[in-house]
Each structure stands twice: as structure tokens, then as C-alpha cells.
Design a protein around this ligand. Structure first.
Ligand code: NAP
Ligand code: G4F
Length: 377
């Protein structure tokens, strides 16, 4: 039997990721002590949480979800009341190249968290959220997808995540643990990794509009996704752990769009009107008009091309979530940020980031010139 305690101590694995950074902000605002697990790296990878470091209730611990000893040690030290297991090799395409590592992090990693809680004697006081995914529906057998829809995982990533989903259910039933899966559909933001399709598009739209890139190469333009805003989704993760009874929830907007449509709208927001012509690998996106500060010489040029390099051995092409249960039982609003608003947030951010990079590069060039001319020492 899991009882609610008055202390609010959260442990977040994957704290440096898109969701981990938003969730940290959300929980700190709610008065939690937030502990995050980070991996040692030779380069700086903490941009998303840099603004939180040094805050009195924010603590970081070195560890890795593939390392049982480290996980056990951190859980024992932190004595969390809530664990959010967000750590994962989260890129579907990469999972085809690194299937064994993906299984270790995304499947066995979940088991390590559950076992650490058991070994530390925290089953009665600690609740666990598992970052599950709409990729479980994979080669979809029903549209839209809800909590009853059969799973048909269609990548090494999805197969690993399916183990995570089932081991959470098993520990809930076998040991009465309060552990839940949020089956989250794609959620994006200005902090999204740059190789996921939405962020790749918004960055390219910004660079092309500012003359910094010639063309964007994409894979399957017809793929359909239910895209929401990550900042809204972390609230739902928290709500899932505040219920009387542990349960699993689909988290989605209930709207579906294609990669092509995302692309068209993102470019439009950057001042570039695209028309798609052709089919399959021969499809191209051509500029048919510009507005704002976009360069009029772009008109008539091919700005988007398909590259089979971005095709996947098996691709999930029809994700569309039904968030009825989350809306009804958690009181969560799936439509807080609209699709257009999400694109606006991402493109505005990337337009500013590309312009700032430009300004920084200009300062560097000027500085180099001044140093060369002896103007500054
Ligand atoms: P993300 O930006 O790729 O972040 C992944 C996080 O996991 C990073 O902090 C990463 O650390 C960490 N990590 C990876 N391998 C690790 C390991 N072996 N040990 C410890 N930490 C490790 O992913 P996200 O978009 O925030 O997604 C969060 C979680 O939700 C993931 O589990 C993902 O699979 C799942 N999910 C995401 C979506 C979505 O649309 N975003 C939808 C459904 C489910 P580094 O910074 O050191 O790499
Ligand atoms: O942005 P994506 O790479 O995201 P994907 O595969 O849907 O996975 C993301 O969402 C899952 C939830 O459903 C998470 F579990 C997972 O961790 C991750 O966050 O690709 C979206 C779609 C795919 O069908 C892909 O084939 O876009 C298609 N696509 C077309 N061109 C592309 C590209 N994807 C990427 N990454 N890059 C392209 O150039």
C-alpha cells in the first residue's frame, strides 16, 4: 500500500533532456526538492538546465541508467517520494544502429529503477512515473489510439519501451507499487533535440530565411503525428502521480498532422511560402512567395528535398492519440497550446537563435580583425 507523505522529493532521470528540463522547472515552482541524474561528458551538455544550477532546491548526481550500482546508490541517498524515469536513448532512427544499447537503457533501465526502489525499502512511500511512448502502437492497428489499443512496436526503440511498459505493470500488480506509464505522443518545443523532425524543420526554416542554409533534406514527408507542446505534457506527468490509484494514461492533443504540413506551416511563419510537387523520393518543396524579411531571391528555388538516407527500415506513419481518459480523470487540458502556437514558439525561438549566432559570429570576426590590426590586445 502506497501512502502519500508530506515531503516532496523528486528524482528525475534524463534531467538534461527536453522533458527533464521543463519538469524540473515545474516541480521547483511547486516547492519540490529536485534531484537529477546526469552523465559525465567531455563536452557541455547542460544547456537546458544551466539556468537552474545553483538554485537551492536543485541537486545533480552523476550516474547512468545502465549502471545498477549508481542507480541504487542515488535512490538510497536521495530517498525520493517521486521518481520520473525520463532517461532513454530516445531517437527511433538511432535505435536501429544501436539496438543493444537502446535495450539496456530503455528496457533494463526501467527495471533498475523499480528494483532500486524495492531494495531501498521505499515501495510504500515512493511513486514512479515511466516515460512510455506512442511508439508502442507502431504499425497501428486502430486510429485514434487510446489505452485499450493493441500494441505493435515497430523499431528496436519501441520494443525496448514495451518491456518498460510491461515491467511497470508487473511491479504494480506483483508488489503493489505505485508505478505508472504515461503513454506520451510526440511533444516538441524550442528545447527539442535538433535531429527530431520538428526541430530540424524549424531550425532549417530560420536558417534558410536568413540565408544561412540552402536546402532542407527530409525523409518520409507523409508520416502523421499528434504533436503537442512539451511544457504542457510535463504537467500531465505530475498529475499522473497525484492520483489515489496508480494507472496508465495516453497523453496527446487529439489532432493529427503530416511532416509535410508541419514543414509548410513552419516555413510560412519564417516568411517563406512552400508548394510541394512530385511524389515519394522525388517530392520537392519549392518557394512560391516570401513575406517579411525573407529574401525575394528565394522565389522559384527548391528548398526542401527528400533524401532516402532519412527513411527508416520500418517507420511508424499514423500516430493519433485519444486523450479522453487524461482529460476526464486528471482534468488535464490537451489543447492548451495549439499546433499553430507550437510552431510559432519554435520558429520564433530559432529565428532569434540563428540571428544571435550571426551576431556572435560577427563579433568574433571583428575581434579577429581588431586583434590582427593591433586595435585590441
Ligand atoms: P531527450 O531530450 O532525448 O532526453 C533524454 C535524456 O535521457 C537526456 O537527459 C539524456 O542524457 C538521458 N539519458 C540517455 N541515456 C542515458 C543513460 N544511459 N543514463 C542516464 N541518462 C540517460 O528526450 P525527451 O524528449 O526529453 O524524452 C524524455 C523521455 O520521454 C524519453 O524516455 C523518451 O523516450 C520519452 N518520450 C519522449 C517523447 C517526445 O515526443 N519527446 C514521446 C514519448 C516518450 P544526455 O543529455 O546525457 O544525453
Ligand atoms: O521526429 P521524429 O524522429 O520522432 P519519432 O520517431 O516520432 O519519435 C519521437 O516521438 C516518439 C513518440 O511517438 C518518442 F517516443 C521518441 O522518443 C521521439 O521523441 O520522427 C517523426 C516522423 C517519423 O515518421 C520520421 O520517419 O518524421 C519522419 N521524418 C521524416 N523526415 C523524419 C525526417 N524524422 C527525422 N528525425 N528526421 C527527418 O529528416
Amino acid at each position: 500500500m502506497n501512502t502519500r507523505v508530506n515531503k516532496h522529493i523528486a528524482l528525475i532521470t534524463g534531467v538534461t533532456g527536453q522533458d527533464g528540463s521543463f519538469l524540473s522547472e515545474f516541480l521547483l515552482d511547486k516547492g519540490y526538492d529536485v534531484h537529477g541524474i546526469i552523465r559525465r561528458s567531455s563536452v557541455d551538455f547542460r544547456q537546458r538546465i544551466a539556468h537552474l544550477e545553483g538554485r537551492p532546491h536543485f541537486h545533480l548526481h552523476y550516474g547512468d541508467i545502465t549502471d545498477s550500482m549508481a542507480v541504487l546508490q542515488i535512490v538510497s541517498k536521495v530517498q525520493p517520494t517521486e521518481i520520473y524515469n525520463l532517461a532513454a536513448q530516445s531517437h527511433v532512427q538511432v535505435s536501429f544502429d544501436a539496438p543493444e544499447y537502446t535495450a539496456n537503457a530503455d528496457a533494463t533501465g526501467v527495471l533498475r529503477i523499480l528494483e532500486a526502489v524495492r531494495q531501498c525499502g521505499l515501495t510504500a512511500t515512493c511513486r514512479i512515473y515511466q516515460a512510455s511512448t506512442s511508439e508502442l502502437y507502431g504499425k497501428v492497428e486502430q486510429v485514434p489510439q487510446n489505452e485499450q489499443t493493441p500494441f505493435h512496436p515497430y523499431s528496436p526503440y519501441a520494443v525496448a519501451k514495451l518491456y518498460g511498459y510491461w515491467i511497470v505493470r508487473e511491479y504494480r500488480e506483483a508488489y503493489g507499487m505505485y508505478c505508472c506509464s504515461g503513454i506520451l505522443f510526440n511533444h516538441e518545443s524550442e528545447r527539442r533535440g535538433e535531429t527530431f523532425v520538428t526541430r530540424k524543420i524549424t531550425l532549417a526554416a530560420a536558417r534558410i530565411a536568413q540565408g544561412k542554409q540552402d536546402c532542407l533534406y527530409l525523409g518520409n514527408l507523409s508520416s502523421l503525428r499528434d504533436w503537442g507542446y512539451a511544457r504542457d505534457y510535463v504537467e500531465c506527468m505530475w498529475l499522473i502521480l497525484q492520483q489515489d490509484k496508480a494507472d496508465d494514461f495516453v497523453v496527446a492533443t487529439g489532432e493529427q498532422h503530416s511532416v509535410r504540413e508541419f514543414c509548410q506551416r513552419a516555413f510560412r511563419h519564417a516568411g517563406i511560402e512552400l508548394e510541394f510537387r512530385g511524389e515519394g523520393a522525388d517530392e520537392t518543396g519549392i518557394c512560391i512567395g516570401v513575406s517579411g524579411n525573407a529574401d525575394p531571391r528565394l522565389v522559384g528555388r527548391t528548398l526542401v528535398e527528400v533524401s532516402p538516407d532519412f527513411y527508416r527500415p520500418t517507420d511508424v506513419v499514423n500516430l493519433w492519440g485519444d486523450p479522453t481518459k487524461a482529460r476526464r480523470l486528471l482534468g488535464w487540458n490537451p489543447q492548451r497550446t495549439s499546433f499553430d502556437e507550437l510552431i510559432r514558439i519554435m520558429v520564433d525561438h530559432d529565428m532569434a537563435e540563428v540571428a544571435a549566432d550571426d551576431a556572435a559570429a560577427r563579433v568574433r570576426t571583428n575581434l579577429a580583425e581588431y586583434l590582427e590590426k593591433g586595435i585590441v590586445k
